[in-house]
Structure formats: C-alpha cells, structure tokens
Design a protein. Structure first.
Length: 358
C-alpha cells in the first residue's frame, strides 16, 4: 500500500537560495560602511536616551526599484545631511520589501527585474550591494523588516529598522526585533491602535528564542538578548491622523503608563497625510511647531521622498519608467524635501537649544 502525499501540495518548485555567508562573501562589508553604520547607531541611541537633542529623520523613497536613481538620491541627501547635522540626523529610507494589502509588486528583493520572475537570489545580492554603496557614501540607512530571514543577509548594513503597521502585532516580528542590532520603530496598527505598538516594544525588549537561519542558511534556534531601543511610530490610522498635539499627548501618557521611555517618531506619510504627499510638509511643520512650543517627546520624523514627486504605474516596457519617481506610494519631490528639511532646521536651531528631554 503506497503512502499518500501529504505535503507540498501547492508548491510548484523549490529553487536554491544562496546562504547569508555566500551573499556577504560576494558583497563584503567595508571599513567605511561599517564606520557609517556604527556611528549612525550610536547617534540614534544617544537621541533615544536623551544625550543628543537632535531629531532623526528617516527620509527617502517609498521603495527602491532603480539603484542608479537611488544612489543619485543618496548623494544629494548626504550633502543635505551635512548641512543640517547640528539639528538633525538624516537616515536614508531604503525599503526593499513591500507588504501588500492584496496584490502588487512586492519590492526589489522579491522581484528585482519587475517582471514577475521573482529572482529573490539576485534581488538579495543587489539589495545588499545598494546598502553598501549608500553606507560608503557616509549615509546611515533605515529599512522595514518584513521577511524574518532577510536581516541575516544585510542587517550589518542597517542603522534603523521599522516594523510596519501590519506586522507590529506579529509575534514573529516582535521576536525578530528583539535580536536586531538596530533601534526599532514599531508603527501603530492600521486602525490607529497604539496599544499594539506599545506591547510590541515591551515584548521586543525581552529575550526570545525562535526558529530562524544561521549564516550558512541552515535552520537554527536563535536566542536573543532583547532590544532596549524600541520606540513608537505614529502613522495615523482608522480614518484619522495622530500627529496632532492631543494625539501626541495621549501617546506620551500611554508610554509612561507602560513604564517605557517617552520616545515618539511621527510618520509624515501614510494616514497622517491621507496618503497625499503634498500634505507631508504640513504634517512636518505642525510637529516642528510642537517642538518649538515645548514638546519633549518627539525624537524623530519619517518622510516619503524621491527625486520626482508623485508615483507611477509599472509599465510593460520598463524603459518607459520615469527616472526617480516612485512605483509604490506617492512621494514628495526633491525640491520639496530640501525645503522641508531646511525649514525645520531653521526652527530647530533655537528650539533644541532650549529643549530638555523628559
């Protein structure tokens, strides 16, 4: 009597994926890149622990799809970062993985050629190469951790990590965050619920043991120490923004009640701007005004920005893609980005001198 097949009934193929060690050998960490990462992480820790009064600003494309345009953006951002370094630490937003509500392009790692070939092996190596190039420019990077195995491939090149609104409630992502080497921002849920993010911060601060992979790509039990630099990211939700003074005050109270550091990052995009990029400057202006008026809890901001404003659909003929324009969420353009950062810099120079952290 033959044994009935009971597994892999919906698996079409199983393709080889290089191990993290193989990818790192092809794209090794350089001394300059390592120095950028370590300096960025230390600066973030100092901001979160109140030793550094500056804000950190995670700014960049909604997603990376063209490394050439991405590096063009990075070089411009590095010059701007140097200009405002006395008030802000600029971290380039480098997002390779895109969680989709239903369907759509899943990002540069998953489908680097944007043709549904899903060459994840190629995408992972290209993503690591891009992060290395940005770090060698001297610019720290921030990304969203979605696939639990991905940090093994490029986590050594990341300065700040976000856990998205869809995954802050996920035990898998809380466990992963507990072992990441970066500070981690947990976004409130898509319905606006802040408790999800607060519980995630508490969970990730504790040690965990979970199933993952090691450098050789083998299944392994990962045992973590816990991440003490978790913080909340307000991104709006449930049909309303949550960057206003009242919402920030309520977030402060919730963090204090949970006996957590009162560190808040405001995402100027997503529900806080009703996904209208032209509203992001107004959100940022409002938050900077709160700081000028005495707010002590806001430590960072997020901006979705690209070389060109707006977004575009992915055409069948990829040669028709508009250079430097998002293929996912719409972004503010470069000129607007510069205006936002410089305007904030002008206000913060005086405001931060008077600011005392809680």
């Amino acid at each position: 009597m033959s044994v009935a097949q009971t597994e892999n009934l919906n698996i079409a193929t199983v393709d080889h994926m290089p191990s993290p060690e193989e990818i790192k050998a092809r794209v090794p960490l350089s001394d300059r890149a390592a120095a950028t990462v370590l300096a960025g992480r230390k600066a973030l820790a100092d901001i979160l622990e109140g030793r550094d009064k500056r804000l950190f600003v995670v700014v960049g494309p909604c997603s990376i799809h063209d490394p050439v345009a991405g590096l063009d953006y990075a070089r411009r951002l590095k010059a701007l970062a140097d200009e405002v370094s006395d008030t802000m630490l600029l971290v380039m937003r480098v997002y390779f993985e895109k969680p989709r509500t239903s369907t759509g392009w899943k990002g540069f790692i998953n489908d680097p050629f944007m043709d549904d070939s899903f060459r994840i092996d190629v995408g992972m190596e290209k993503a690591r190469r891009f992060l290395l190039d940005v770090c060698e420019i001297g610019l720290p990077t921030g990304t969203e951790a979605l696939d639990p195995n991905a940090p093994q491939y490029y986590g050594d090149l990341v300065t700040w990590t976000a856990i998205g609104a869809r995954t802050s409630e996920s035990q898998t992502h809380r466990e992963m965050a507990s072992g990441l080497s970066t500070p981690v921002g947990f976004k409130n849920a898509t319905d606006g619920d802040l408790e999800v993010a607060i519980n995630a911060i508490i969970s990730a601060a504790h040690p965990h043991s979970f199933l993952g992979i090691n450098g050789q790509g083998q299944s392994a039990i990962l045992r973590t120490r816990g991440n003490r630099h978790g913080h909340v990211v307000l991104r709006g939700g449930g049909g309303r923004p949550n960057y206003d003074t009242v919402s920030v005050s309520l977030a402060e109270q919730a963090l204090a009640k949970a006996k957590l550091p009162v560190n808040i990052v405001v995402d100027c995009s997503h529900a806080n701007s009703w996904k209208k990029p032209e509203l992001q400057p107004l959100v940022m202006k409002d938050v900077i005004h709160q700081i000028r008026e005495g707010n002590r809890s806001v430590v960072g901001l997020m901006i979705e920005s690209n070389l060109e404003a707006g977004n575009q659909a992915i055409p069948a003929d990829l040669s028709q893609l508009k250079y430097g324009c998002s293929v996912t969420d719409a972004c503010v353009g470069w000129d607007t980005t510069v205006d936002m950062i410089r305007s904030a810099h002008g206000v913060l120079r005086d405001a931060l001198a008077r600011r005392e952290r809680a």
